[in-house]
Design a protein around this ligand. Sequence first.
Ligand code: GLU
Length: 308
Amino acid sequence: MSSETLPAAGRYAPSPSGDLHFGNLRTALLAWLFARWSGRKFYLRVEDVDTQRSSLESAARQQEDLQAIGLDWDGEVLRQQDRSAAYEAALVRLPHYECYCSRKDIQEAARAPHAIPGQYPGTCRDLSDKEREAKRAELAAAGRVPALRLRADRDEYTVHDYHRGVYTDEVDDFILRRGGNANQHQDFAYNLAVVVDDAYQGVDQVVRGDDLLTSAPRQAYLAHLLGKAAAEYVHVPLVLNSDGRRLSKRDGAVTLRQLLETASVQQVVGQLAASLGLAGARSAEEILEGFDPARMGWDPVFWEPAGN
Ligand code: GLU
């Protein structure tokens, strides 16, 4: 099926590496609100492409949490670990090369005078076939296989974000499939999986935390290389702790399950509603009734434990 024939859709795509906390719930709620408000389908995707840090048990708990706050989704939940064939099919269509660098090699190269922080310096990009053979053999002797990197033909790309407007950021030869132990499964990279899955599901509206804004140009560039339209991005402010850093489980009782030890689900939903300027709404449906993206606030949201 081509993406033109798929219904417009939004999605929430959590990595199943722990219980959802207040900040995750707010992002999930916003993804659901934007999709439902605009008449889109809404999908849930289990982003377990990182096999080391994911568990099915965690995915099941996250789904229970989302249902508990009143979110629903269309169709089956898509699981990235079932999608390797699709990622492989995309990978062979993308210009790429093997990278033999260790993390240490990259760190060292990043200290060179002209290195651009956070960008792969291109060490393995222009190796000759002979050099590749030698490096591949060296890795193989250590029981390892190389990573695969995109051969990017530009160094920046521009996307459109609902709140930020036109946003341009760097694109480099980022990883498409991880290297590692030759006896283990080689994980595809999140940046590849997310683009392939969004296209497959007809997702044309990506609502997620603004920590991923800087990844959007890379992802839109990949979509472009695969002949897919870029999504409309809606990067929403993360919930921050009192130090102004992203809320995390280290900040105390912040997961829904912990919150429900002392509060009712209506209270937690009420707190989510208040964080969206819709105090008084008692359910996700009531929040949806009052929701208007044009009137929502974009200032950072600070976590305040109930009772403070
Ligand atoms: N799986 C990512 C996360 O849990 C979200 C990716 C996305 O929404 O594009 O942070």
